[in-house]
Design a protein around this ligand. Structure first.
Ligand SMILES: *Cc1c(COP(=O)(O)O)cnc(C)c1O
Length: 401
């Protein structure tokens, strides 16, 4: 960015490079400096007292490390612009961002509608802490669409969505849910991690608050925990104040690494998507595989809504195996060369884990017969990934135990 560029007129790949950066404020350095700071000194008594209402005037001015620094704004402003919201806040993890967003819009006596397909730790938060503070959670069928109407109560203040669900990949009809929920006066929150800020634009589909586990594709290198929450202008003050009260913030080095990861996110995602589609198509032809749950795959569950609402697909999906024993699955997973067995995803490396969420679900009967495996397609050569999976599926098929 040479002169002050108005990045709002740019195309997406340019925005990823430009947004949130202001090199000539910092001696021309391409990347924002990493501010390690708690105390910020004022030069005069008057200046010290004038910092009180900074947030109301909308300026980003340093008052104290926890309240935001040029390092946090570089990331937050970029994410807000890419998601299409008013402003963003960075949190110390994706789960911290989710719980911070829920707490901002709920109070004792409220009712929360939560998708049954939600990320499991979000569910645990609702069933433990929110319950303790007098918020009642009802889980709904992720495929409910406009029928969400029948579940709304006078005290339903939040409808929480996650699309596709990061365990079983149900694609939600976000515009239909959002329209009805908002008409009712409820806030619509969305965990938008799967699509990243690039492949789903939550605010164009009626969402009030969008959450990213930045740990995944924004960071992109499996080395940082980070979350973001982005809000509309109307929802921003509640989010901002609650986050202040909670004392939530992210560390400067993590913020820096996240904004650095963001700059290459669109090229990484293009490769994740291309390789994931090839692997998904190939898995579909294998006799050991009953179905592939990748919304970008024609014929897969949710493909039509994905095609209507999303701009792309990331590298995470699941597939259902034909019925087999747990030991057979273990023989497959234990011998993988490139696919690591570990939680999280969105880094450059491939992962493969069993999906054990069946006993958590309460809203709808479990739709699968065989074991589910969740796969993250990384940036390795796709033929090597295929070879590794082929060997693994053969171990599974030939397992005698
Ligand atoms: C990983 C993940 C989170 C939580 O992010 P952390 O940074 O690990 O706390 C939230 N939502 C989804 C969909 C995730 O995959």
């Amino acid at each position: 960015m040479n002169k002050k560029t108005d990045s709002s007129t740019l195309r997406e790949d340019s925005k990823v490079v430009v947004s949130g950066r202001d090199p000539h404020r910092y001696g021309g350095m391409v990347n924002p400096p990493v501010y390690h700071v708690s105390t910020v000194l004022s030069e005069t008594f008057e200046q010290l007292n004038s910092t009180d209402n900074i947030e109301d005037s909308g300026t980003q001015k340093m008052t104290y490390g926890r309240m935001g620094t040029p390092t946090s704004w570089a990331l937050e402003n970029a994410v807000a612009e890419l998601e299409g919201g008013h402003r963003s806040l960075a949190f110390s993890s994706g789960l911290g961002a989710i719980t911070g967003a829920l707490l901002a819009f709920l109070k004792a006596g409220d009712h929360l509608l939560m998708t049954d397909s939600v990320y499991a730790p979000t569910r645990r938060f609702c069933n433990s802490l929110l319950k303790r503070f007098g918020v009642e959670t009802t889980y709904y069928d992720p495929l409910i669409g406009a029928d969400i109407r029948s579940m709304l109560r006078p005290n339903t203040t939040v409808v929480f969505t996650e699309s596709p669900g990061s365990h079983t990949f149900e694609v939600q009809d976000i515009p239909a849910i959002a329209e009805i929920a908002r008409r009712h006066g409820s806030k619509v929150l969305m965990d938008n991690t799967w699509a990243s800020p690039l492949f789903f634009k939550p605010f164009e589909h009626g969402v009030d608050v969008s959450i990213q586990a930045g740990t995944k594709y924004i960071v992109g290198h499996s080395d940082v925990m980070l979350g973001t929450v982005t809000a509309t202008k109307e929802a921003w003050p509640e989010l901002r104040h609650c986050t202040w009260h909670l004392g939530q913030c992210a560390g400067p080095d993590d913020l820096y690494l996240a904004q650095r990861g963001l700059r290459t996110m669109s090229v990484r995602l293009r490769q994740h998507q291309a390789s994931a589609l090839l692997i998904a198509e190939w898995l579909q032809t294998r006799p050991e595989v009953r179905q592939v749950l990748y919304p970008a795959l024609p014929g897969a569950p949710g493909h039509e809504i994905w095609k209507r609402d999303f701009l792309g697909a990331s590298g995470l999906f699941a597939f259902e195996l034909e019925s087999c024993t747990e030991k057979a699955v273990a023989s497959m997973l234990d011998g993988m060369r490139l696919f690591g067995m570990g939680y999280s995803w969105g880094g450059y490396e491939s992962l493969l884990i069993p999906e054990n969420v069946k006993k958590l679900r309460t809203a709808v009967p479990w739709r699968f017969e065989g074991p589910l495996l969740r796969i993250h397609i990384g940036l390795e050569d796709v033929e090597d990934l295929k070879d590794d999976l082929m060997d693994g599926l053969e171990r599974l098929r030939n397992f005698r135990g």
